[in-house]
Write a protein that binds this ligand. Structure first.
Ligand SMILES: *Cc1c(COP(=O)(O)O)cnc(C)c1O
Length: 385
């Protein structure tokens, strides 16, 4: 009998299960919001990246319906071949306006925006310096580009300098790549210092504003605005699927950069244009981000309240300035148990385990639409774990 060439799959799954690394999706049966219905129970939702509470906003829903009725469900082709709509251009101009960049380009997801941008701007003879804790899409973008990639210690400007001193001269172009708010720890990258080093060593900088867009900066433009770096020459990437409540990604930067990406980024050229519904919803969200700064204020208040209450109750949660907090636990099994205990106490907060992170944890993300009672219930439940 021939050996089964697929037998390894079941074996791998067994290994994953034995380590308590096994994952499966959890079913949500309601509209996104501070409370969601999960497997029949209404829980307070601390598992969402919908920081401003826009994913269930009626204005986004109506914009998506209107766009679908006018332009249909799909764009039927890539942007260069029949899939381009005026809505795409309106959204790109709105993003460029929010970011105060010359132009922007919309991709079908943030993941694809990172893959496409990195893979097209650097190649085999180039160097990428990448923060150790960078998002999977940045790491895979580096792999796809075939540039030499060196990781520097998380947010460690001195280590980055050392790596630049050791490696920069051996390569043609150099790209420094970082999350602006790190997706699992919620801390901010040292952007002004990174830009200083980039100037000294003649490097480009790509910053992933996925968790910062809509959340940081007076106008919600992200960490670049928060750090007073608006107008600096750099490459900004982000998503339409977190604070903007839709689906898709973008790159924002100079006219030349965007023009280059339209001609070279494989994940933009060879994929279907964003749907009219997603595009219109994101366009509505960008307007709301600029017109309703009070949503950011409420989110900031919730961040402060959680920090205060956690401190009062001596809870070991990370000290974050962003809406992302982590409650570190000793291993994957403990994190899984904690997550299911929280569920029994009415709280939805996921266990994040290796290989996503090296230290298992409960990840908590706050929304502008959480109420004080929601946060109090969270703190009480964490206290019991
Ligand atoms: C979520 C995320 C992405 C991917 O964005 P999608 O639009 O969901 O594909 C990229 N980078 C970071 C840092 C993220 O957290």
């Amino acid at each position: 009998m021939n050996p089964n060439p697929y037998a390894w799959i079941e074996k791998s799954l067994d290994t994953i299960r034995r380590a308590d690394w096994y994952r499966s999706p959890q079913l949500i049966e309601s509209c996104p919001g501070p409370r969601v219905k999960l497997a029949g129970d209404w829980l307070i939702n601390f598992a969402s990246n919908d920081y401003l509470g826009l994913a269930g906003d009626d204005r986004l829903i109506q914009a998506a319906i209107a766009a679908t009725q006018e332009f249909g469900t799909g764009t039927t082709g890539s942007r260069l071949v029949g899939g381009h709509r005026d809505l795409h251009r309106q959204l790109e101009q709105a993003i460029a306006n929010l970011k105060q960049t010359e132009d922007a380009l919309v991709f079908s997801s943030g993941y694809l925006a990172n893959l496409g941008a990195i893979a097209s701007i650097v190649g085999q003879r180039d160097l990428i310096l990448s923060d150790k804790y960078n998002h999977s899409s940045l790491k895979n973008g580096a792999t796809l580009s075939r540039a030499q990639t060196v990781e520097y210690d998380h947010c460690n400007v001195e280590d980055l300098r050392t790596q630049l001193e050791e490696n920069r001269a051996s390569y043609r172009k150099c790209l420094i790549v970082t999350d602006s708010i790190f997706s699992m720890d919620g801390d901010l990258c040292p952007l002004p210092q990174l830009l200083d080093l980039a100037r000294q060593f003649n490097c480009m900088v790509l910053v992933d504003e996925a968790h910062a867009t809509g959340v940081f900066g007076a106008n919600g433009a992200g960490c670049v605005e928060h750090f007073g770096c608006t107008g600096e020459t750099l490459i900004q990437v982000g998503t339409l699927s977190k604070a903007l409540g839709s689906l898709g990604g973008y790159v924002a930067g100079s006219v030349a950069l965007i023009d280059f990406l339209r001609n070279r980024a494989p994940t933009w050229i060879y994929t279907t244009g964003l749907t009219p519904a997603d595009t219109a919803a994101a366009l509505e969200a960008v307007k709301i981000v600029q017109q309703e700064p009070d949503r950011r204020d409420r989110l900031q208040q919730n961040i402060e309240t959680l920090k205060y209450c956690a401190n009062q109750n001596q809870l070991p949660i990370s000290n974050s300035d962003s809406p992302i907090f982590s409650f570190l636990l000793k291993d994957a099994t403990t994190a899984l148990v904690a997550s299911s205990q929280l569920k029994e106490m009415g709280i939805f907060a996921p266990a994040i385990r290796p290989p996503t992170v090296s230290v298992s944890r409960i990840r908590i993300s706050l929304m502008a639409t959480h109420e004080l009672a929601h946060l109090q219930q969270l703190v009480e439940a964490l206290g019991q774990i």
